[in-house]
Ligand binder design. Structure first.
Ligand code: DOR
Length: 438
């Protein structure tokens, strides 16, 4: 039984607390009790005190993912609650939100309660269900939002499908605001994307694949922002992928519309050219766009027009991807590789380290109303120990997710989560760290 965790001489970084210093951090009974130079000097040595030598390492607030597909119930061969939470912990996530496009769809209190109970029993990263906006995600009848919220849902989305009807969207925004739940939209005008396989552009023409034009996202975002303004409700755009969405969000925010947005690591890193060669690993919805979209998304994350990064972790089986492009399932995994990939963009100067940390901690917490992980005395200890120098290669065999579907396999990255701590408990530990600590 461990009573205390001690991180000695670690670089603790929490932009919100104005903290970036080499300090000792002491965790006792689930909370951070001391932060400061030599703060650990009078902690007695004991079998019940776990000491981490933090030299050269960083201590960061634990990460929050607004957008993960855990696939349970119904698609447990792709992922289940247990495997998703293990992947999340290995990626440094202390909270993840689970999208409802399962089988059956999470449009009910029963499924929401099931997910909450199963995740609690697993006892690691915490899981927060997102309930469906409409029954069966069919876009017609609203779900029992109060029931979903009471059972533990922190937001509502028909992700994977767009709420196409303006009337349904209007009612959804009005009802959800009574329960202070954000409406999370998958913005895709399905009439414009029927049969689409990838972004509409020169690559789709060359490959002979039907294209998904940017405007199919932009028209929905424009309409939704008008509805959000009209209803004064909270609207969150899932996986923004276009320059047009950025422009619309910027304008809406400047006029005080209560809109927020997320962007995925893959939309910040890849373009439609990565699909050349019929790369099914790069088939994703919304599709990978063009360099100027990527540039706009990076700038929007940097200046806060886009609030946060969300993984859209979408595990699929081998045969879902090892097939003809038009039969392949869209999606990529992301939980275990998000942080090092995004640190790469910080190192390239795309956005600052403090903006990155905010976009994976405080910003998503605010959107779904979770307490933000912080590094300050008395805060609940939800932390990650991170080695900024560790170099490793992303390999399928080492991934805890059942899904191995990522185009980043084989990519060399720098930076590794060594340990993840939830309410003072070490829920994940990389093997090297285990060997190096006492
Ligand atoms: O690529 C995607 N995959 N986009 C979605 O919206 C859904 C997700 C999935 O569930 O696989």
């Amino acid at each position: 039984m461990i009573d205390a965790l001690v991180f000695r001489r670690v670089r603790a970084i929490d932009p919100h607390a104005g903290l970036d210093a080499v300090v000792d951090v002491v965790v006792e009974r689930g909370r951070i009790t001391r932060v400061g130079r030599d703060a650990a000097h009078n902690v007695p040595e004991s079998d019940r005190v776990r000491v981490f030598n933090g030299e050269g390492l960083w201590l960061l607030p634990g990460l929050i993912d607004l957008h993960a597909h855990v696939r349970e119930p119904g698609y447990e061969s792709k992922e289940d609650v247990t495997s998703a939470l293990r992947a999340a912990a290995a990626g440094g996530f202390v909270d993840i939100c689970a999208m409802p496009n399962t089988q059956p769809i999470n449009d009910s209190k029963t499924i929401t309660e099931f997910l909450v109970a199963k995740a609690r029993a697993a006892g690691g990263t915490r899981l927060h269900p997102i309930g469906a906006i409409t029954v069966g995600q069919e876009g017609e009848r609203l779900t029992e939002m109060a029931d979903l919220r009471d059972a533990g849902a922190v937001g509502l989305s028909d992700d994977g499908r767009c709420v196409t009807s303006s009337a349904v969207m209007r009612s959804a925004l009005e009802y959800a605001s009574m329960f202070d739940l954000p409406i999370i939209q998958h913005a895709e005008d399905h009439a414009l994307t029927e049969g689409a396989q990838m972004h509409e552009g020169w690559v789709s023409t060359k490959l002979g694949l039907r294209g998904w034009p940017r405007v199919a996202e932009d028209v929905i975002v424009a309409r939704d922002l008008m509805l959000a303004e009209y209803t004064n409700a909270r609207y969150h755009l899932a996986h923004a992928s276009t320059e047009g969405s950025v422009r619309l969000l910027h304008e809406a925010k400047s006029r005080g519309i209560r809109a927020t947005a997320e962007v995925t690591p893959h939309h910040l890193l890849l373009t439609h050219e990565n699909v050349l060669g019929y790369e099914t690993a790069c088939k994703v919805n919304p599709p990978l766009r063009e360099a100027h979209d990527v540039d706009a998304l990076r700038k929007a994350l940097a200046d806060g027009t886009i609030d946060c990064i969300a993984t859209d972790h979408a595990p699929h089986g081998l045969l879902d991807k090892d097939c003809e492009f038009d039969r392949a399932s869209p999606g990529m995994i992301g939980l275990e590789i998000c942080l090092p990939l995004m640190m790469g963009l910080v190192n390239d100067g795309a956005f600052s380290l403090s903006r990155l940390i905010d976009s994976l901690t405080r910003a998503p917490a605010r959107i779904v109303g979770l307490p933000p992980p912080e590094i300050r005395e008395t805060a609940e200890a939800n932390l990650i120990l991170y080695d900024p120098q560790a170099e490793w290669t992303i390999e399928a065999a080492a991934l805890r997710s059942k899904g191995k579907n990522t185009p980043f396999l084989g990519r060399a990255v720098r930076g590794r989560v060594l340990a993840t701590i939830v309410t003072g408990r070490v829920i994940f530990e990389a093997e090297e760290q285990h060997a190096g600590s006492r």
